[in-house]
Design a binder for this molecule. Structure first.
Ligand SMILES: [Ca+2]
Ligand SMILES: [Ca+2]
Length: 440
């Protein structure tokens, strides 16, 4: 049974009323109590007191309210008078005065709250059936009472307020930000990362399509959801001038400490970089994240410095477009031998031979294009990309072909050297016939 069904939800905000010495709530009300139970008046008052005690506890929002029972005072109970001549109900005026705990700013009286009857009234509660009506509310509060840390509201003297008075969670028991924490959307540009700074906001210039971080004339403050980990080390845009390229560094956020989450959520990273949880840009692993434009048959690799990515067609495919963008399943592969005469009889370092052959390969590729052996859609880059991972093998110290007999032999005793080189291209080629160069 609902014994006090008629309470309405009230919020009492500070500053409404007078200036007594303590913060307190006064509720004046009248109770209609059936005639048959007037003798139980004292018990009823206890129950009303307990009811308000529960209300005040609830108003503390989970914060320890302290001992309250002695702060709930019921006074000015007047004699009951019959409310009507036909109904044997007596009305009693009463005033409930609740001294507010120091960490409660408002008191909510819940509507239609069923009173949890204390044991003392268990037997008689079924008969009481009293209602509250005609109540007046006075909220009185000491104007000098300090604002309350722990109510998730920022008031003067508080940098943060996370709804509790626990330390070690970023916002201390006295509502200061702890070492290593900042407010989201705040900047600390001084040398000391622990000195509270100012709030900032991004302002967009629609005409120039740019945005700048503007420092506001607002001290750094925040509630629970905006408390976050401070960047370490500080954001230093000059260190990223190369990564950002030729852009005006003044368009970047100023050199300062920020909240890590603020950098991640609002800073624009340099190309090929990202903010991954901190204010320090790191290179993106495009291969792993599937952020490349490479052909599915190309192998993607991260370069040693992580900047960008590299793709190359798998060796069984043919390069259609350079950088592994497009790999064809068919094409032409030419294996040829480069043989040459050595310039002296002195043994030449094999690496030097190899360098010469590499240079010769480039010349050969250029010549394939120049002569039209492959068509103009092919590029030296794509042709080279198709074969540069192929080994160039030394096949003999002395080439056994007509060059040796006709050319090398003429210089009697000069050695000739031969190397196998491969050229490979997708089906964008011409073939050489006895009648000349023709498209296929
Ligand atoms: Ca805290
Ligand atoms: Ca990368």
């Amino acid at each position: 049974m609902c014994l006090l069904p008629c309470f309405v939800l009230f919020h009492f905000f500070e500053g409404v009323c007078a200036q007594p010495a303590v913060a307190a709530l006064e509720i004046s009300m009248s109770l209609d109590i059936p005639d048959s139970t007037t003798s139980m008046m004292n018990t009823s008052l206890l129950e009303v007191s307990d009811f308000f005690l529960l209300q005040v506890l609830a108003s503390c929002g989970g914060v320890e309210c302290g001992v309250l029972s002695e702060n709930v005072v019921i006074s000015n109970v007047t004699a009951g008078v019959p409310s009507t001549t036909n109904i044997t109900t007596h009305t009693f005026g009463m005033k409930v005065r609740v001294q507010m705990p120091n960490n409660a700013r408002t008191l909510s009286v819940q509507t239609s709250k069923t009173l949890e009857m204390p044991v003392v009234g268990a037997d008689i509660s079924q008969q009481l059936n009293f209602n509250a009506s005609d109540y007046e509310i006075f909220y009185i509060r000491d104007g000098n009472r300090p604002y309350i840390c722990g109510d998730n509201q920022i008031q003067p003297g508080e940098i943060c307020n996370d709804g509790n008075t626990d330390a070690g969670d970023g916002c201390s028991a006295v509502c200061t930000l702890e070492t290593g924490f900042m407010c989201h959307s705040a900047i600390r540009s001084g040398v000391d990362p622990e000195t509270p700074g100012s709030m900032v906001e991004w302002v967009t210039n629609a005409t120039a399509n740019t945005k700048r971080l503007v420092i506001l004339d607002t001290p750094e403050t925040c509630t629970k959801d905006d408390i976050c980990v401070q960047s370490s080390p500080r954001w230093t845009p000059i260190n990223w001038s190369d990564a950002y390229g030729a852009i005006d560094l003044t368009t970047l956020p100023p050199d300062a400490f920020y909240c890590d989450r603020f950098c991640v959520e609002t800073f624009t990273p340099p190309k090929y970089y990202e903010f991954d949880g901190t204010c320090m840009p790191i290179t993106v692993n495009e291969c792993q994240k599937g952020l490349t434009t490479c052909d599915p048959n190309a192998l993607c690799t991260e370069p040693s410095d992580g900047v960008g990515f590299e793709c190359q067609c798998d060796q069984k495919y043919f390069v259609k477009d350079a950088m592994g963008v497009s790999c064809a399943t068919s094409g032409i592969k030419v294996k040829f031998t480069l043989g040459g005469m050595r310039v002296s009889q002195v043994a030449v370092d094999e690496n030097e031979d190899r360098d010469n052959i590499l240079a010769a390969r480039l010349m050969f590729i250029d010549e394939l294009i120049r002569t039209g052996y492959v068509n103009s859609l092919s590029s030296p880059a794509s042709l080279l990309e198709g074969v540069e991972t192929y080994p160039i093998d030394r096949i003999s110290e002395n080439v056994e072909d007509r060059h040796r007999t006709k050319r090398c032999g003429r210089f009697g005793g000069y050695a000739c050297s031969g190397w196998t080189v491969i050229a490979k291209t997708a089906r964008k080629y011409r073939i050489c016939t006895t009648t000349g160069v023709q498209p296929q």
